[in-house]
Design a protein around this ligand. Structure first.
Ligand code: COA
Length: 253
């Protein structure tokens, strides 16, 4: 069963994350499907814009924690495919975020162009509390976007933050009422789809190309440390504690 649904209508490719029973947690298989969906949208001349969303209740709780624990040391994840395809994606990407947007649920937004958040959206970058390190270039992009101190608060403490705080940090474009989230994001996608495609493509490229190489290098370095930290006792304790619904105990580590 696929948890990633992709449809094209009126020049907009909608990519939906749908695994409600696990709060849209992303498995290796789901990253592979997401990467394929973006690849297909890039190649399809009918597609002018991508609209990425979860449900009206939840964007995504981030990487599936059981998947993290089951991975063999050094084994790489299909997430690396998404790390390639999304930063290089030339068409505009609009994201609609409601409810939890945890881990990669927040970091992938740094690679989207317009991000609409429902007022109930809750963001979190819990990499340090999980004993790992941030990914997807967020250690480069977030300090540039939000300023060092604000980024440090979000990335070092790893506490949840509101849609309003995400707006102030520059992670989201606008905060809208929960009921009108999909409508607002859909309107933005339709507006982009009606614009001259080559001007859009070139403008996006001009905004991104200055840091593209640096970003790839940072994603690779974060990825190397991330895989290393996943094998650490702290990460195993933090992730087991989440699945066992208890507080982690790092006192002896
Ligand atoms: N990986 C695996 N399972 C997850 C998950 C994840 N990232 N996020 C949620 N789930 C599972 C829960 O274990 C639970 O499963 P169960 O019903 O079999 O017990 C189910 O999804 C519902 O989650 P729950 O925690 O009860 O929902 P909530 O509304 O109370 O909280 C979140 C939602 C997203 C705030 C919370 O689930 C959470 O913090 N998830 C972990 C996020 C995380 O650490 N992600 C990794 C980032 S690198």
């Amino acid at each position: 069963m696929s948890f990633i649904h992709s449809t094209v209508e009126n020049r907009v490719a909608r990519i939906e994350i749908s695994r409600p029973e696990k709060k849209n947690a992303l498995t290796g298989e789901m990253y592979a499907r997401l990467t394929e969906a973006f690849g297909a949208a890039a190649r399809d001349p009918q597609v002018r814009v991508v609209l990425l969303h979860g449900s009206r209740e939840c964007f995504t709780s981030g990487n599936d924690v059981s998947d993290f624990l089951q991975r063999k040391p050094g084994e790489s994840s299909p997430v690396f495919g998404l790390f390639q395809v999304l930063p290089a994606f030339e068409k505009p990407v609009v994201a609609a975020v409601a409810g939890p947007a945890v881990g990669i649920g927040t970091t992938l937004l740094l690679h989207c162009d317009l991000v609409y958040a429902a007022s109930d959206a809750r963001f979190q970058l819990p990499f340090v509390p999980l004993g790992i390190v941030p990914e997807f270039g967020s250690t480069l992009l977030l300090p540039r976007l939000a300023g060092y101190q604000r980024a440090a608060k979000l990335l070092l403490l790893g506490q949840p933050f509101t849609a309003q705080e995400a707006l102030e940090a520059g992670i989201v474009t606008a905060v809208v009422a929960k009921e009108s989230l999909f409508e607002e994001a859909g309107k933005a996608a339709a507006s982009l789809a009606a614009l001259p495609r080559e001007s859009l493509r070139l403008t996006k490229r001009l905004m991104k190309q200055g840091q593209a190489k640096e970003l790839q290098a940072q994603i690779a370095e974060e990825g190397r440390l991330f895989v290393e930290r996943l094998a650490s006792p702290e990460a195993k304790e933090a992730m087991s504690a989440f699945l066992e619904k208890r507080k982690p105990d790092f006192s002896r580590l």
